[in-house]
Design a protein around this ligand. Structure first.
Ligand code: GTP
Ligand code: SPV
Ligand code: MN
Length: 586
């Protein structure tokens, strides 16, 4: 490893060591030799289990504390000087008070342990979009995950030695005490402190904490956007490439859409889809007045259950090597992994996510936790786009918002223009999933899929969207989708997954003014004939249900949106006007 010369880094690392009192400090250089030693150590202590080297080379198994299986929104805090900067949707504590409380918790939290220092880059090192973070942690699991999810090693140190700024990320698993768990952001100080968790989004601080919560704060200040979005590329039969980004709440289909495999008849026509990102997008306005996006991550921390060769074969292939599996079910017969929905024989001699014996034939409970995950390098993905590796940013033609709604929201709907699109995103609601602690299946407003991730006042965030629109001469078209409409029997009406490409192609056609649409109070929805439903066996009634904006239903939805807006304290007038127009048209 090259020597770190940046004084600010050296001083900050010392400060953290003085507070947490580790027995030693290890700088992570990203070398295979060092990583391999850490994997070996984690296997010796039982923190990790090495999986079948022939079937799953370089793969490891990890189990969290049973109370530490998802993001914890109640314990996620934005600590600023003034409450109004965090806004009504974030948990807020005055920052000095929070520092004091956290210092008490961190005091000696690494006693007897090694403190790992991980310099990392979000984005391709040295690219226009890239930003640096340093995560200090006492968890080997975090080191190994950060190695997959971000770019680490000497090139990052070189940037720091040139004087690059960095986000200060301090994590300690401490005692993994659920009652003392806090994930705290100090956006005014470029600082994140997380303690008493060892689960993904709470501890891989480059991800939701930096790339979204601190990122959104910086984006507002510096004139760019940090969004909970996938990025994909659609190549038409004539070779033309178009780029789409899409914001869906947690466990609502980003990874699946980003890696989609076109249905057969579209493959035969020559359509291809490539993956650029599955969770986070950083977006900037280019010199040509278009919006450009990069994926700041280097891997995928994806939902395992439901992933199979039919729903998402690209994800499955991505996880065949150098992957860490968290809280899935283990097959003891061949030391491999399994989860609900995987199209491989379920183990009869297995171990569930809690480490208990598990037999598919007799066990009543699930083998894998519903929020069990894989951490896999993006370079493994068969559909990864070359643009992912350049870090230059791709021009976005369409932005898609979408939630998980059994009723009300149509399959796809195009906004009238940018500000109306911002309105569609702001009124997004979705059923909660296992990705966060708490009840599952409860509909809540989750504007732009950013409710848990916006690091500042949601009203100001909407204003930022409006302001970004003004900076673009050629903005993306904005759409809203819903893959999750259910019929009276509770079955999904739309086949979803690869077939979602049909809706995306309608959207891209609309961007060029090509496809037909019906105007509704919500915006433009496809005519029955303009959406490609070849081979789907949808009845006319089903198609109508997917494409109809029912006025009576939407009058009720309107009341919900009003309630949501009332909570947000202040809102751009463009949005309140859009709401009034919707009411009038209904
Ligand atoms: P995070 O990583 O939590 O941000 O989630 P994500 O948005 O990437 O979610 P993901 O793609 O992993 O999807 C989560 C769940 O949604 C899985 O159980 C999928 O099987 C299911 N899912 C994804 N796409 C579709 C779809 O088009 N239709 C239906 N019915 N289910 C889907
Ligand atoms: C999400 O919950 O949206 C995730 C997983 O992508 S985590 O990294 O835990 O936030
Ligand atoms: Mn996510």
């Amino acid at each position: 490893m090259i020597e770190i010369k940046n004084r600010k880094v050296i001083d900050w690392v010392k400060e953290c060591a003085d507070l947490t009192k580790p027995k030693e400090i290890l700088w992570i250089d990203g070398s295979e030799k060092q990583l391999e030693a850490l994997r070996k150590e984690a296997c010796e202590t039982g923190e990790l289990i090495k999986l079948n080297e022939e079937k799953l080379p370089g793969c490891y198994y990890y189990r969290t504390d049973p109370k530490d299986v998802a993001r914890d929104e109640k314990r996620t805090i934005i600590a600023t000087e003034r409450r109004e900067d965090a806004g009504p949707t974030n948990n807020w504590v005055q920052k000095d008070e929070m520092y004091q409380k956290m210092r008490t918790l961190f005091d000696g939290s690494m006693k007897g342990r090694t403190m790992y220092v991980i310099p990392y880059s979000m984005g391709v090192v040295g690219s226009e979009f890239a930003k640096i973070g340093i995560e200090i942690t006492d968890s080997i699991y975090v080191v190994l995950n950060m190695n997959i999810m971000t770019r680490i090693g000497d090139p990052v140190i070189e940037e720091l030695n040139k004087g690059a700024g960095f986000i200060k990320c301090l994590h300690s698993k401490a005692e993994v005490d659920a009652e003392k768990k806090y994930i705290v952001h100090f956006p005014e100080d470029d600082t994140i402190w997380s303690i008493n968790s060892a689960y993904g989004g709470n501890v891989l601080l480059g991800k939701k904490c930096f790339a979204l919560r601190i990122g959104s704060w910086l984006g507002r200040k510096e004139g760019w956007m940090a969004e909970h979005m996938l990025i994909l590329c659609i190549e038409a039969p004539n070779g033309e490439k178009k780029y789409v980004s899409a914001a869906f709440p947690s466990a609502c289909g980003k990874t699946n859409l980003a890696m989609l495999i076109p249905p057969k008849h579209l493959q035969e026509k020559g359509y291809k889809v490539y993956t650029i990102g599955d969770d986070i997008a950083w977006l900037r306005v280019g010199d040509d007045g278009r919006l450009y996006a990069v994926n700041p991550e280097n891997g995928f921390f994806g939902v395992a259950p439901g992933t199979n060769s039919k729903s998402n074969n690209n994800a499955l292939m991505t996880t065949k090597k150098n992957t860490i599996y968290t809280n899935v079910c283990r097959n003891l017969d061949d030391n491999t992994v399994w989860w609900e929905g995987l199209d491989l024989p379920a183990p009869t001699n297995g171990e569930d996510w809690l480490g208990r014996p598990w037999n598919a034939e007799t066990s009543e409970e699930k083998g894998a936790h519903p929020n069990s995950r894989f951490t896999a390098p993006a370079e493994n993905c068969p559909s990864i786009a070359p643009e992912f590796f350049t870090g230059e940013g791709v021009p976005i033609s369409a932005i898609i918002f979408g939630g998980r709604r059994a009723k009300a929201e149509p399959l796809i709907c195009q906004s009238r223009e940018w500000n109306h699109g911002v309105f569609l995103g702001s009124k997004m609601s979705s059923e909660t999933t296992a990705a966060a602690n708490g009840a599952v299946g409860v509909v809540r407003y989750d504007s732009m899929a950013m409710l848990p991730f916006c690091g500042y006042h949601m009203g100001d965030y909407f204003q930022h969207w409006i302001d970004m629109g003004k900076k673009m001469t050629n903005p993306p078209e904005i759409f809203n989708v819903n893959w999750f409409r259910k019929d009276a029997e509770g079955n999904f009406i739309w086949p979803g997954f690869g077939d979602n490409l049909r809706a995306l192609l309608w959207a891209l056609d609309r961007c060029e003014g090509k496809a037909d649409a019906v105007e509704t109070p919500l915006g433009y929805v496809p005519t029955r004939d303009s959406l490609d439903v070849e081979g789907l066996n949808l009845t006319d009634e089903q198609l109508d249900e997917l494409l109809t904006v029912d006025h009576e239903t939407w009058k009720k939805e309107l009341e919900g949106i009003k309630g949501w807006y009332a909570k947000l304290e202040h809102l751009p007038k463009e949005l309140t006007e859009a709401l009034e127009r919707l009411e009038k048209e209904l």
